[in-house]
Ligand binder design. Sequence first.
Ligand code: CA
Length: 510
Amino acid sequence: MTNTVEVEIPLFIKINSADNTAIIVNTSGLKEGTEFSCGLTLTEFVPQGHKVALVDIHPNEEIVRYGEVIGYARDFIRKGSWIRESLIVMPTSPEMDSLPIATKVSKVTPLEDEYTFLGYRNADGSVGTKNILGITTSVQCVTGVLEFAVKKIKQELLPAFSNVDDVVALTHSYGCGVAIDAPDAVIPIRTIQNLAKHPNFGGEVMIIGLGCEKLVPSRLNDGKEDDNILSLQDEDGFIKMIESIVAMAEERLQKLNERKREVCSVSDLVIGVQCGGSDAFSGVTANPAVGYATDLLVRAGATVLFSEVTEVRDGIHMLTPRAETQEVGEALIREMKWYDDYLNKGRVDRSANTTPGNKSGGLANIVEKSLGSIVKSGTTPIVDVLAPGEKACKKGLVFAATPASDFVCGTLQLASGIHLQVFTTGRGTPYNLSVAPVMKVSTRNSLQEQWHDLIDVNAGKIATGEATIEEVGWEIFNEILEIASGTKETWADKWGIQNDLALFNPAPIT
Ligand code: CA
């Protein structure tokens, strides 16, 4: 049996009883005259994932999906016709001065069974899911030299340390030529500091600097000038630089090689969720399944981070009621306001988020995209809010403020300490992180068929009725435990796909 079923009968999905729109499920779209079992007839062709009007909608009337207003009709929209993006006037963002806070805080019911995985316990109590030598850099000037050294380490040293998975150079484009004392510089600096302490590095620190950069290497080493730091300007020539880096790596590889996996509780896991290349199915299949898995993880005691400020901004009125306390609610609003100001400075607004791919996938605007995006957060209370790049320290559901850009969000969640990122995609993107795996969840069967050797979990079968949201949610949950234990690999890890780190630097460059 295959995962897919040819859908012969015309299908649409209406999410909420209040909706006056639904999206078309069939892969090739549906032609004019198609009749549904409920009696609705299409007055024109409607592509897959795009919206059909379930009733006549008059000019200026609300267009409703997920039970929320995603826009207003620009013209008369006939029942059975295609609601194109051009027919929708986008609503304004929710006001943030009178939001309800902590009014809908649900009770978390622990899972009946106890779930565990095999991880590497670190001296500070944290747990790693991979065993990696991470080499931190204080400035981009060292990247070329370090990459030369890493190639040598991987070829000549790594094979002798069979317990170590990889050697990763944490290279980036920060460190000098930047306004290091600007208020917002705290974001890239904190990110580099926390990346260096990722639990997968086992507490072994190695920092390569140049010697004259603004970001002084000791700032990445708890303020200490010790043998964790090597400055290239202290070395006598290129060959000596490489020899010193290799020698430093060897000492740490010996220690890392001693690490052993042991049984750990799921509560030791920190999991990030993200979406990228979204389509109209994201909010119907993959994101609700991830939301279910988020609830399972939280109920098992784990920490789950959800992010992407521009994709929660328009649904903020649905999130502040879930803040566990007044303080958490205010922190959510603080991060939204910070981002509104940041976008204002660049003279754009949140409508700059949606891509041509989102739109051809059926998402008309950021409001519709947001409503589909926030369901990744499940239903449990939001217990904490992290400013960009801060380390997660509370168990439960946490909002980690980041841009929605896949790479920047991935890098910031990594700094916050995620062991794995669950990534939903409708259009398809192969992105992966070198320090923690990125598990791809497809929104449509057709993407899973096309990218059968990149997609880890297919949520498209929810749209065709072959699986329920709960079943796919459990599949994601179980897969996370296997990947965390090292007994299974994501496709992207198997192929060794690795994208560069992308720091978020809202401060000036000099
Ligand atoms: Ca994203």
